[in-house]
Structures are given as structure tokens and as C-alpha cells.
Write a protein that binds this ligand. Structure first.
Ligand code: TXA
Ligand code: MG
Length: 358
């Protein structure tokens, strides 16, 4: 891992991680138990429409600190604060520009995080020392009910070990964090599959720091000009200060070296034939149906030309690469339009910006 993590010994060793099912008749009990754990300063992974989040009471700095320990997350990477209603925005942010309300009216609840000037009630550990805070009102009904029942805003990064692909199923969370967190609420697979769009309104022209479930086009419809931060598609030069600290880390990475191959399927096949390495376990990340034409282990991550399905499938596919022991993986290039920009951004990071031009 690139960043520094604080090495604090956990107060409780060998926490038993409860799995709380929220898809059957026990749903209300599960929500109640999750809310109780959160109110008491514990950590609970919760489903959201984007990816599972590792939640703690955002107003309790001791609880929030445990998130960083459980994930092995660098201390300089701020957390998103999740609220259950637009009206809570003003409790935690100040100097809120008009554009924030317009975006919120249009796309909340949903996969969008707005970075605003923070109020002092938000502890500094949440914001990683910045004077801003990212706020999101998620649309997943289970997430909303848990926040309501807890009665406090929830700080929640993606519920993966730092550096690993974000979890889109409860099992992914369990595999990464069993024994490190109090509970995971199983709400089934996430509908969007990539994280929220992070937009800052604190810094001149509105700027997307991380592409996600709400597209730049959707945002421009509501507030006009929206820029896209350079770090979204370009590798940062070392020493450059980034607006969104998360963007500087190699992320979403399976153990395999990933190479994104652009161009059509036949170009992809030629490239793979020439560049596969005999002494390594090679694999491909491809679109549905292509696996039948590829004479090597293939993991599917959506349908060709369908950015939504690629978004839903990407993170599970990156984890699957690990489970089949892939060492070198050739990936079909995703759509770059709409939510595809987010898929492309995540895959670029998984590939450490290794892209082949065809
Ligand atoms: O969809 C999502 O956003 C999920 C679900 C759980 O809500 N959460 C998530 O959190 O992806 P995380 O921590 O894995 O990613 C948050 C990103 C990081 O890149 C972080 O640097 C950025 O948002 N971020 C958070 N607060 C920020 C702030 N105040 N200023 C700039 N960037 C911020
Ligand atoms: Mg994350």
C-alpha cells in the first residue's frame, strides 16, 4: 500500500462479525440491530445502491478511527458522510451554494456526493484534516432506514480492505473484513456497482473529482458547466497535490497485472495472442458471449456497449480474477460514455494506468 496507516492496536481482538440478513422477514430486526451497534460506536457494513459501505457514527471520532484501522486506510483519505434526508445537509455543511440544492433536488437520493465547506460538528478525522466534507444521501432503502434508525449521520467508505476492489455483495465484505467489524447487513447485490460521483462545489467551477453513478452530462443539465478533474483519466505526477486524496492511490486492484486493450474484439484477440506470457497464469476480462471464443480463463464483466451492465459487473469480476489465481489479465476496454467513464476510471486504476492503444 502506498499511504501511511496508523498502527493502533484494536481494543477488541477477534471481533465476531455478525451477518444480518435484510432480505427476508428478519429485515426490520436486522436494521434495528445495525442501528444499535452504530449508536454504540461499532462498525457495520451496509448495502447502498453503489457499493457496500463500512459505516460508523460520523459524529463519534473514536468510532470513525476504527474504520481506518479495519480497512488499513491511509489517514489522509477523507470519508463521505451519509444522511437520510436533504434537510440534514445544513447540519453538517455551511456556505452552501445554490448549485448544491439544484443537484440535490435532481439526483438525491442517489449515487452523488457533494463536497462542501464543513461545519465544526464534523470531527476532523472524518475529513482527514480538510476543511470540507463530502455528503451523500443514498437511495438504497435499507441504508436509509439504518441511518434513520441510528439517528446520526454515517461516515462510510467502501467496505473493502484498502486497495482492493469495492464490495458489491455482502460476501465480498465478509471475505475482506470478517473479524474486524461488528456486522455486515446483507441487502443483496448493489444495483449501480460503481461508487458515487464526487463533485466539489468548494473550488471555483464545479468539478468532478471521481466519476460515478451520476454522469457529467446529467450534472451539466442541472447546473451548467462542470469540469472533470485531470486525475480521473491521467496518472498523477508524483508530488502533485490532489483535490480528492483517494485518487492518488492505486485502487481497485486485483493481484494480477491488468492491461486494458483498446480496439475491437479481433484486435483484442490478436493482442492477447502476441502478449500472453507462457510462464504466467493468463486470463481475460471480457464481455458476455466472448468467453466462448477465447482459449484461456475468461471472466465476464458485462455486455458490450452496455455501460450499466459493465458498472454492475466490474468489481465482482476483479475479485474473481484473484480467485482463479490470474497473474496477467487482459481487459476489454469499457464504454467511456455515461456511467462508463466511472468504469473506465476504475479499470485504469486497477491497471495502474497501463493501457494499450490499438
Ligand atoms: O458510493 C460511494 O461513494 C461509496 C458508498 C459507500 O457511499 N463510498 C465510497 O467511499 O466510495 P470511499 O471512501 O471509498 O471513497 C470516497 C472518495 C475518496 O476518493 C475520497 O478521497 C473522496 O471521496 N472524498 C471524500 N471526502 C472528500 C472531501 N472532503 N474532499 C475531496 N474528496 C473527498
Ligand atoms: Mg473506496
Amino acid at each position: 500500500m502506498n499511504g501511511k496507516t496508523q498502527n493502533i492496536v484494536l481494543g477488541k481482538k477477534n471481533i465476531i462479525t455478525k451477518v444480518l440478513d435484510a432480505q427476508n422477514e428478519n429485515k426490520q430486526d436486522s436494521i434495528k440491530t445495525a442501528a444499535e451497534i452504530l449508536r454504540n460506536g461499532g462498525l457495520v457494513a451496509i448495502p447502498t445502491e453503489t457499493v457496500y459501505g463500512l459505516a460508523a457514527n460520523a459524529l463519534d471520532p473514536v468510532a470513525v478511527e476504527k474504520i481506518f484501522q479495519a480497512k488499513g486506510r491511509p489517514q489522509d483519505n477523507p470519508l463521505i458522510v451519509h444522511i437520510p434526508d436533504i434537510s440534514w445537509l445544513e447540519k453538517y455543511a455551511e456556505d452552501i451554494p445554490e448549485q448544491a440544492y439544484r443537484l440535490a433536488e435532481a439526483y438525491w437520493p442517489g449515487p452523488m456526493t457533494i463536497v462542501l465547506k464543513k461545519k465544526s460538528i464534523i470531527p476532523s478525522v472524518v475529513a482527514a484534516g480538510l476543511d470540507t466534507v463530502g455528503i451523500r444521501f443514498p437511495s438504497n432503502p435499507i441504508a436509509r432506514e439504518i441511518i434513520r434508525a441510528a439517528g446520526v449521520p454515517l461516515a462510510a467508505p467502501s467496505a473493502n480492505l484498502s486497495g482492493k476492489p469495492s464490495p458489491t455483495e455482502a460476501l465480498h465484505v465478509y471475505n475482506d473484513l470478517n473479524g474486524k467489524i461488528d456486522a455486515v447487513v446483507d441487502g443483496g447485490p448493489c444495483g449501480v456497482g460503481v461508487e458515487s460521483t464526487v463533485i466539489t462545489l468548494c473550488d471555483g467551477t464545479p468539478r468532478i473529482l471521481r466519476p460515478g453513478g451520476i454522469t457529467p452530462e446529467q450534472m451539466r443539465k442541472v447546473i451548467g458547466r462542470v469540469d472533470i478533474d485531470e486525475a480521473v483519466t491521467k496518472k498523477l505526477k508524483s508530488g502533485v497535490k490532489v483535490a480528492s486524496p483517494g485518487m492518488k492511490y492505486k485502487h481497485y486492484a486485483p493481484k494480477a497485472k491488468v492491461i486494458i486493450v483498446d480496439g475491437d474484439f479481433s484486435h483484442f484477440m490478436d493482442y492477447v495472442k502476441n502478449k500472453k506470457e507462457e510462464n504466467k497464469r493468463n486470463a481475460v476480462l471480457c464481455f458476455e458471449g466472448e468467453e466462448r471464443k477465447i482459449p484461456m480463463p475468461a471472466v465476464i464483466y458485462g455486455r458490450e456497449g452496455d455501460a450499466d451492465s459493465q458498472a454492475r459487473g466490474l468489481f465482482a469480476a476483479l475479485r474473481k480474477l484473484d480467485s482463479i489465481g490470474a497473474e496477467l489479465a487482459f481487459a476489454r476496454e469499457p464504454e467511456k460514455q455515461g456511467v462508463g467513464l466511472a468504469v473506465y476510471n476504475r479499470l485504469l486504476r486497477a491497471a495502474a494506468f497501463d493501457e494499450e492503444k490499438g
